[in-house]
Design a protein around this ligand. Structure first.
Ligand code: C2E
Ligand code: CA
Ligand code: CA
Length: 432
């Protein structure tokens, strides 16, 4: 392989630029070069839990696995604490970069065995490509990093810079200013994704998910604007808007044989906002939703940030008979011990475990053990990201209470959701 730096030596961005130039010079005469930036999300967590030596060995083994994907003229370089660059200089077209990315994803799906302990790593990949003669290493790297940020935000295994431009997270976009306008103009809308009671085969709940109907950039998902809302302090207003819109719409949903539980997402920052309880109490009163039908979803990481403060807030909500659900369960630091004393009624198993249940044994074990423990604590469990019938059936057999995911339905606007409810009023009709 051309011009490799040893894998335990981190190369500077300047050096990477030179490697990119060399890669073009040495390539086999084809037209496209791709840069893949591969980042491990959970390396910091592994370092914190198992020690930096384990983290270092995992990083080194990832480098070796990337080499197994690489071909003769390809290069692998360590460029950050948890980041590698993979240079693929002789592709016949950009589509081959995606093939390489999916190969990388497959090679890391196998757990990493360090000191007889199995570790599972989570990666995302950002990709940019360029053609011979157009190479600008700094730009290529910046665009691959932007694609990586998009992949991470959207929980995708990889993203191409082309997708990013389509989604417009580009640097020249003043999200915060436009978001303030969007709140005023009603461009923020709620979409609804149903939840299925697995044993009873009926629609038992719904999660409200926000969308931004942007005048020029299309329908934007919240991972593209929630971080900006949190930075700018707009998140509070955005949440009150989401809560009120959802509860208002709940009055328009067709009546179902059993009342739907309505889940609304709360951002981490709100747990320390003294207005939270009043805002929720007002919304429930104005829109006349029985409080026991409301579920507030809080991520695991938000909850453990300040356990005492969270406890006080959650206790007040519980006194109002409002339910608390722990979102993205399994991805953060919380264990069941944390909320043994917290007023939590429900957990949602993160889709990263559910969606790989069949191709990854470790994920299946995680799902199984979460379910076993949750049952002991009498918690309602919702599995997220249920994308096929096989996963749904397996979850049912494991005693999981409810499922949410594309197999049941994608998030949809109010009208479509009302139609969905009518269609499934007498029980959920499974897709053929
Ligand atoms: P989340 O709460 O974990 O929501 C689940 C996400 O998974 C949703 O993405 C949903 O569309 C997606 N999803 C559902 N089923 C499937 C499936 O079968 N496969 C896959 N691959 N994905 C599936 P969405 O709507 O883009 O929301 C992303 C995140 O944005 C949410 O993650 C939540 O953390 C946040 N969010 C959404 N709406 C709000 C809101 O009103 N307020 C706040 N604070 N955050 C929100
Ligand atoms: Ca959620
Ligand atoms: Ca979630």
């Amino acid at each position: 392989m051309a011009n490799q730096t040893p894998l335990d030596v981190r190369v500077s961005y300047d050096a990477l630029g030179r490697h990119l130039d060399d890669a073009f010079a040495a390539k086999a005469g084809r037209a496209t070069l791709a840069l893949l930036v591969v980042r491990i999300h959970n390396l910091r967590r592994i370092n914190a839990t198992f020690g930096h030596e384990v983290g270092r060995q995992i990083l080194a083994e990832l480098g070796e696995r990337l080499h197994t994907v690489a071909r003769a003229y390809d290069q692998v370089h360590l460029i950050g604490d948890d980041e590698y660059a993979l240079i693929l200089p002789d592709l016949t077209d950009g589509g081959h970069a995606e093939l390489a990315a999916s190969k990388v994803v497959r090679t890391v799906a196998e757990p990493f065995c360090i000191n007889e302990t199995l570790h599972k790593i989570a990666i995302s990949i950002g990709i940019d490509t360029c053609r011979d003669g157009e190479i600008d290493p700094a730009r290529l790297l910046q665009r691959a990093e932007l694609a990586l940020a998009t992949a991470e935000n959207r929980k995708l295994p990889y993203a191409l810079y082309e997708d990013v431009t389509a989604l417009a997270t580009a640097v020249d976009w003043d999200v915060e200013a436009e978001l303030a306008d969007a709140l005023e103009s009603g461009a923020l809308q709620m979409y609804y994704q149903p939840q299925l009671d697995i044993a009873g085969n009926y629609i038992c709940g719904v999660e409200a998910l926000m969308r931004w109907r942007h005048p020029t950039r299309g329908l934007l998902t919240p991972t593209l604007f929630i971080p900006a809302a949190e930075r700018s302090g707009l998140i509070d207003q955005l949440t009150w808007a989401a809560l009120n819109m959802t509860l208002q719409h709940a009055g328009e949903w067709p009546l179902m044989p059993s009342p739907l539980r309505v889940s609304v997402n709360l951002s981490a920052t709100l747990l320390s906002n003294p207005e939270l309880v009043t805002q929720v109490a007002n919304a429930v009163r104005i829109w006349q939703l029985p409080p026991q039908q409301l579920v507030l979803e809080i991520t695991e990481t938000a909850l453990v940030r300040d356990v005492d403060e969270s406890y006080a807030m959650l206790k007040r909500l519980q006194d109002m008979r409002i339910n608390i659900s722990i979102d993205d369960f399994g991805t953060g630091y919380a264990s069941f011990a944390y909320f043994r004393n917290l007023p939590v009624r429900e957990i949602k198993i993160d889709l990263c475990f559910v969606s790989h249940m069949f191709d990854n044994e470790a994920d299946r074990h995680i799902v199984e053990s979460i379910l076993t423990l949750a049952q002991k604590f009498h918690l309602h469990v919702v599995a997220e990201g249920v994308a096929d019938g096989r996963t749904l059936d397996a979850l049912g057999n494991m005693g999981c209470n409810a499922a949410q995911g594309y197999f049941i339905a994608e998030p949809m606007p109010l009208d479509a959701f009302c139609e969905f409810l009518k269609l499934h009023r007498k029980g959920w009709r499974r897709p053929a």
